[in-house]
Design a protein around this ligand. Structure first.
Ligand code: MTE
Ligand code: HPA
Ligand code: MOS
Length: 786
């Protein structure tokens, strides 16, 4: 057996792994194929495989469902519909609206009607083909603006305001008015939704689920099958990506598997195939942003009026909070003396849209960035100047439209620094010269430098809590457990770093074990980028408790003052004596000192009064700036991202290697949202882009040729977070807005003075159309001038 800790083995005190670029703990297992996901867990003989029958029409009355032939199909053991659910039939996470299976009327094409359990997935799929479902066609609503006008909402509208926006707009020298269509986004996690439900000897259930929210899966499964929560355990070692898509929507497959497991007494596995996953589950909310932005001739903004209409799909899910977050980010980095931001939650007959990296923030931010871009075009100013002149500061212009004061706002310095480092100004002028040179044929260049400010905390206050459980074993090795989910973002390695630092032990001494509801209960989803912040503090708290117990023991055992006891470099120093950590732990064990402790954290200071739309919903903000340059062929609409430079604020990084990965990955995922990823539904509400053949996520070839990412130096967090780090999961996603603005910039010279008619995603087709429109406008303007 390898001895982990011997006296003198790790003598270098101050060798804390916190802040070091340590490799992801799963990296080697992932590249070698050893890393286990739900689908890789070996199943016992007798395990059933579940496949879903999905609705083929939206808003249709289900006249009859004949599953006789399905039941008789070879290998089939069970077939379930809503009628077979013994407990709760609705699994809406916050508000009702999500029946486990369709209830009389279909909500969307792809909604689950029934589930078939058979001895193999192939057998279940074969059986599926013999289902006979009769529909009476309905009249699906697909346009969120029309739905909003007709009052078809999944939740009531909400307004945040300061000052008097309409009066200020009356007085503004310049008003730009516009509408922006913002597309949704498929999560496209590599691992689709999956659960393995295993009935236990005593009628309880153990589930392996690919969820970001094990405690919610536990609760919903318990309610659906009619068990108390202590009879259901959910375990998650890692996800093959979640990106928000597994915050609430991992629950339905889990509940279905649990239901059949309880009925048959057999283990049941469900793993959606890609197409079913894309049809069944909700996506990023498409939004429509309507705005009126008022400013003076110099481009100084005085007022904003904005309507944000979120396409929520067929149920509330998390849409209340998502549209709120869009509203919270409708200022991005700009001080709006007068603002009226309204958020609407439109119902449509599509899958219920859900959390997705940024949680509405990107949509709100894109809307204000489009408005600012329009303003710059109208005034024929460099958009960088307009952005710079409207930033918040920490002095007079330091309060958001919902009343939160900015304690720290490094964005002006970050923009200036990045502009200098990547030579924005020279390249902006060079793009103008390039575009004026007819010798360049149909090619046009554009560049943009845009900022991001993203609020960190769940806006639902009660979710801002976390727990941990830390064990020290008698050989000195340590096991850490916490409520967070590893989904590729490096949470586990960060938690190991925090624990290793607390005891001043090498990382190898710490093992972080799979997240389980029976180890740390009542957890929040790993979401809102708060995983490392909150679980890090909880782990730290547990370690502090253990250190306290060991210190007290040392003080009484050796009669030394507490100040003479320290844990350093794998050793425990007690006055003049030194012990190896393991040796000391042995002594503590024999003295009957408890070597296991829970840890807990609740985020302080946050409060928000939604009725008044005022407060401090965010513990702090993360910031970033990015600059993108593109080259566009206006005759085909094709383009290339030539260069991207990023400067991002992660406070004092817990792990710069992980953080850089989050920034680059977030940027590229945002790039996909704004450029290549287009969701298309036909008039019958069928999703036509339900396969990788028709839905295009970014590929290696879409990654910028020159891509430089730097962490903000000497960064700090004014809020008391774990080692003064900052959340990094979601904020960098919005850095991709610079690429979208660069595309607009490339088209701007076609018809100076005009807003660029380019929405999101800016696919080559959309870019081509925008170029055509602008060219026609220029011809018209010339004609008028003659
Ligand atoms: N990174 C990877 N590799 N995989 C993911 O699924 N999810 C993102 C982000 N980064 C995700 C990711 C989202 S939506 C969130 S909220 C955060 O990670 C969650 O993790 P954290 O709170 O630990 O940062
Ligand atoms: N962000 C992400 N997920 C959430 C939030 C949030 O603010 N609130 C509830 N779930
Ligand atoms: Mo992330 S959208 O908060 O899971």
């Amino acid at each position: 057996m390898r001895k982990l800790i011997e006296p003198g083995m790790y003598p270098s005190a101050g060798s804390s792994p916190v802040g070091k670029a340590v490799t992801h703990d799963s990296a080697a297992m992932q590249v070698s194929g050893q890393a286990q996901y739900v689908d890789d867990i070996p199943t016992v003989p007798g395990t059933l495989h579940l496949v879903l029958g999905l609705a083929e029409q939206a808003d249709a009355e289900i006249v009859s469902v004949d599953l006789t032939a399905v039941r008789q199909s070879p290998g089939v053991f069970d077939v379930v519909t809503l009628n077979d659910v013994p407990g709760h039939k609705d699994i809406g996470p916050v508000f009702p609206g999500d029946p486990l299976f369709a209830d009389g009327r279909t909500l969307y094409v792809g909604q689950a009607l029934f589930a078939v359990a058979a001895t193999s997935e192939a057998a279940a799929r074969r059986a599926l083909a013999s289902a006979r479902v009769e529909y009476r066609a309905g009249n699906p609503v697909l346009d969120p603006v029309q739905a909003w006008r007709q009052g078809r909402l999944v939740r009531p509208s909400h307004v945040m305001q300061r000052g008097d926006a309409s009066a200020a707009l009356e007085q503004a020298e310049v008003v730009v008015q516009g509408q922006l269509d913002i597309g949704g986004q498929e999560h496209f996690y590599l691992e689709t939704q999956a659960t393995l439900a295993i009935p236990q000897e005593d009628g309880s259930l153990h589930l392996y689920s690919s969820t970001q929210h094990p405690s919610e899966v536990q609760k919903l499964v318990a309610e659906v099958v009619g068990l108390p929560l202590n009879q259901v355990a959910v375990e998650v070692r890692r996800l093959g990506g979640g990106f928000g898509g597994k915050e609430t929507q991992a629950a339905a497959p889990a509940c279905m598997a649990a239901l059949v497991a309880m009925r048959t007494g057999r283990p049941v596995k469900i793993r959606l195939n890609r197409r079913d996953d894309m049809r069944l589950t909700g996506k990023r909310h498409p939004f429509v942003g309507q705005f009126r932005l008022g400013a003076d001739q110099s481009g100084r903004i005085s007022a904003l009026e904005m309507e944000l209409i979120g396409n929520c799909g067929c149920s509330p899910d998390l849409s209340d909070a998502i549209v709120d977050r869009a509203m919270f980010h409708a200022d991005n980095c700009y001080y709006l003396a007068h603002a009226r931001v309204s958020g609407h939650r439109a119902f449509t007959h599509t899958a219920s849209n859900t959390a997705y990296r940024g949680f509405g923030g990107p949509q709100g931010m894109l809307a204000i960035e489009a408005a600012v871009d329009d303003l710059a075009r109208r005034l024929q100013l460099d958009p960088y100047i307009v952005r710079m002149n409207n930033l918040y500061d920490t002095d007079q212009r330091n309060r958001t439209h919902y009343g939160q004061e900015l304690e720290q706002f490094p964005v002006a310095e970050m923009m200036a620094k990045l502009a200098e480092d990547c030579q924005y100004h020279q390249r902006y002028q060079a793009a103008r010269a390039f575009n004026a040179d007819v010798g360049n044929g149909p090619l046009r260049r554009g560049i943009a430098l845009t900022p991001v400010k993203f609020g960190i905390s769940f806006t639902a206050q009660h979710l801002n809590q976390a727990g941990a459980l830390v064990h020290i074993y008698t050989d000195g090795s340590i096991q850490v457990n916490h409520g967070g989910i590893e989904m590729g973002q490096g949470l586990y390695i960060k938690m190991a770093q925090v624990a290793a630092d607390a005891f001043d032990l090498p990382l190898e001494c710490i093992r972080v074990t799979a997240t389980r509801t029976d180890k740390v209960p009542n957890t929040s989803p790993t979401a809102a980028s708060s995983g490392a912040d909150m679980n890090g503090m909880a782990v730290h708290d547990a370690c502090t408790t253990l250190l306290g117990r060991m210190r007290a023991f040392a003080a009484s055992e050796f009669g030394v003052d507490a100040s003479a006891i320290s844990f350093e470099g794998g050793q425990v120093i007690v006055g003049q004596q030194r012990f190896g950590f393991a040796e000391f732990v042995q002594k503590a064990y024999f003295a009957r000192i408890s070597l296991s402790a829970t840890g807990y954290y609740r985020t302080p200071l946050i409060h928000y009064d939604r009725a008044r739309a005022e407060g401090r919903p965010f513990f702090y903000f993360a910031h970033g700036v990015s600059c993108s340059e593109v080259e566009v062929d206006i005759e085909t609409g094709e383009y290339r991202l030539c260069q991207v430079d990023i400067l991002h604020d992660v406070g004092r990084s817990l792990n710069p290697a992980i953080d850089l990965g989050q920034i680059e990955g977030g940027f590229v995922q945002g790039l996909g949202w704004l450029t290549t990823e287009e969701l298309v539904w036909d008039e019958q509400a069928r999703l036509r882009t339900d396969m990788p053949a028709t839905y295009k996520i970014p590929t290696i070839g879409d990654i910028p040729v020159a891509f430089t990412t730097r962490l903000l130096e000497r960064a700090d967090n004014p809020a008391n977070t774990i080692h003064r780090s900052k959340a990094v999961g979601e904020p960098p996603f919005m850095l991709a807005i610079s690429a979208w603005c660069a595309l607009r910039d490339a088209l701007a010279d076609l018809a100076p003075g005009n807003a660029i008619p380019l929405s999101a995603p800016a696919t080559p087709e959309a870019v081509w159309k925008a170029a055509r429109t602008l060219q026609a406008m220029a011809v018209q303007a010339q004609g008028a001038a003659k």
